[in-house]
Design a binder for this molecule. Structure first.
Ligand SMILES: Cc1cc2nc3c(=O)[nH]c(=O)nc-3n(C[C@H](O)[C@H](O)[C@H](O)COP(=O)(O)OP(=O)(O)OC[C@H]3O[C@@H](n4cnc5c(N)ncnc54)[C@H](O)[C@@H]3O)c2cc1C
Length: 466
């Protein structure tokens, strides 16, 4: 492949990751052209997309800070301090996410955040945004991308000597890249689908508009399925039902309004009472599929690179897909600062692919595991005891015992380190909780020895990250 002649980058996809990346690249003095399949969302044409709101946490916030947009994003977000568990029988209870309320995740509107990023990118003179342009193929040798103008129907070819695929889980850039020799690709489809439903806001002002506790991510865990709800700024909640596609309790089994009514009244009576138009919503709203995508390498020499869901779509159960994609943009920016002058785009892209992929693999695996935790374990008294023991360990050994959830969500330690720490923590908790009834009876000497033996060697190697 010929080396590219000049440093103009073309990005396919102006979603969350593509739009943030365009800003971070422009801030480095690079010229960027972005082609997006959808119409310009700022002109009012909003597409019904995946998940109406998202959980934004430390990694994503750090990336937004680099773009100068953290404060603006947070002004549109609602802090969620913990999981509010709605058991099948009994009262809801809050399981805090972090060591105190300062450690929380943030519920933010996907379209609001995307528009904030697009607005900022549009203000930058070195970014040009083209909407209604769908990438349908790439020629990495020639350095071009083939586009379909969805407003006019015409096919055309644009120069793209350096092309970044930020075109999501069904990436066209990835499809072209995976057709090159020496590529690995796999996709694992989840046996569960999801459907979004809305709890409307209540009349009134301020917090009175929220019909459930405002500052939590609500979960109704029911072992083979679950319902979750995240608060929106206007007082409404967006619920997501995760249910198997097929089987006795499944999307397939809910065929009539009566089926839906019976299912919700039996499984989630408190949530059902807050959705007067449940059956209408259920049949009007689409049912989405979830899949994990793995591929390697993520680059075609210095000509093309995949980022965000295009490189590593994952199931949504750790709330990290976007956060991880945003962190991709930061890591790529740091790679540009370090390698572009001496090694060129080839070095930047191949280093990024080699270094970042193990982290994406780690969070993808943890996201699959977390599905079982969310839909099943959170309601289990044994799991709840382990969580209380973890909290006690975190308080007694600050900086030494940081639970995996916190490492993933409230820190920027590499995901692969968080995963290894989590394995060590599972072994430690298993040993400490054997026969234990209350955290007060913990064997502190054993705890200290296990932490120093199993966990400290993993976490002590870390460079401090801001
Ligand atoms: C139900 C659900 C809940 C989720 N919750 C969370 C959460 O709480 N926290 C979190 O961090 N993540 C969450 N995620 C994951 C998150 O949505 C994704 O990781 C994130 O959207 C990835 O951003 P992206 O820009 O890479 O891809 P996308 O958001 O998919 O954006 C891709 C963009 O490319 C455009 N495009 C696609 N094909 C083409 C083409 N051929 N040519 C041009 N443009 C194209 C699309 O129109 C889109 O604008 C969730 C996902 C789901 C499904």
């Amino acid at each position: 492949m010929k080396p590219p002649r000049k440093d103009k980058l073309v990005i396919a996809g102006n979603g969350l990751v593509g739009s943030l990346l365009s800003i971070l690249l422009a801030k480095r003095g690079l010229e960027v052209e972005v082609f997006e399949r959808r119409p310009d969302p700022r002109l009012g044409a909003r597409e019904a997309g995946r998940s109406i709101n998202l959980a934004l946490s430390t990694r994503g916030l750090h990336a937004l800070r680099e773009a100068g947009l953290e404060a603006k994003a947070l002004s549109q977000a609602i802090p969620m301090r913990g999981r509010m568990i709605h058991p099948a029988a009994g009262e809801p209870s809050l399981q805090p996410y972090g060591k105190d309320d300062s450690e929380h995740i943030n519920s933010i509107s996907r379209s609001g955040l995307n528009e904030l990023l697009i607005d900022e990118a549009a203000r930058l003179p070195s970014v040009s945004l083209r909407f209604n342009q769908k990438a349908v193929g790439c020629d990495f040798k020639k350095g071009t991308v083939k586009l379909q103008d969805l407003a006019k129907g015409a096919l055309w070819e644009a120069p793209a000597e350096i092309l970044i695929g930020a075109d999501g889980a069904g990436s066209a850039v990835r499809a072209a890249m995976m057709a090159l020799p020496g590529r690995d690709f796999s996709q694992s489809d989840l046996a569960h689908g999801y459907k979004e439903l809305s709890i409307p806001s209540a009349p009134g002002d301020g917090d009175a508009r929220f019909r459930l506790f405002k500052n939590a991510l609500h979960i109704w865990p029911r072992v083979s399925h679950m319902l979750i709800a995240l608060p929106n700024f206007d007082g409404s909640f967006t619920c997501t039902l995760f249910l198997p596609w097929e089987g006795p309790v499944s999307f397939e089994s809910l065929r009539s309004p009566e089926d839906v009514e019976r299912f919700f009244s039996g499984q989630f009576p408190d949530a059902r009472a807050l959705m007067p138009d449940l059956a209408e919503q259920f049949f009007a709203n689409p049912t989405g599929a979830m899949a994990g995508v793995r591929c390697s390498p993520w680059n075609a020499g210095g000509r093309a690179l995949l980022v965000g869901d295009a490189a590593h779509a994952m199931v949504p159960f750790y709330g990290q897909g976007m956060n991880c994609g945003f962190e991709d943009c930061v890591v790529l920016g740091e790679g540009i600062d370090r390698h572009l002058k001496v090694g060129g785009w080839d070095k930047v892209f191949s280093q990024f692919s080699a270094e970042r992929k193990p982290d994406a693999d780690a969070i993808s695996e943890m996201a699959v595991e977390n599905f079982v935790e969310m839909r099943d374990k959170v309601a289990d008294p044994r799991f709840q005891l382990e969580k209380r023991v973890e909290k006690a360990l975190q308080e007694r050994f600050p900086g030494e015992y940081t639970p995996r959830y916190s490492l993933v969500t409230f820190s920027r330690v590499p995901y692969r380190v968080a995963q290894s720490a989590g394995e060590a923590q599972r072994a430690i908790l298993g040993e400490l909780c054997r026969g234990l009834k209350r955290p007060e009876d913990l064997d502190w000497k054993l705890a200290e020895r296990l932490i120093r033996q199993k966990l400290s060697p993993i976490l002590s190697k870390l460079e401090p990250v801001q």
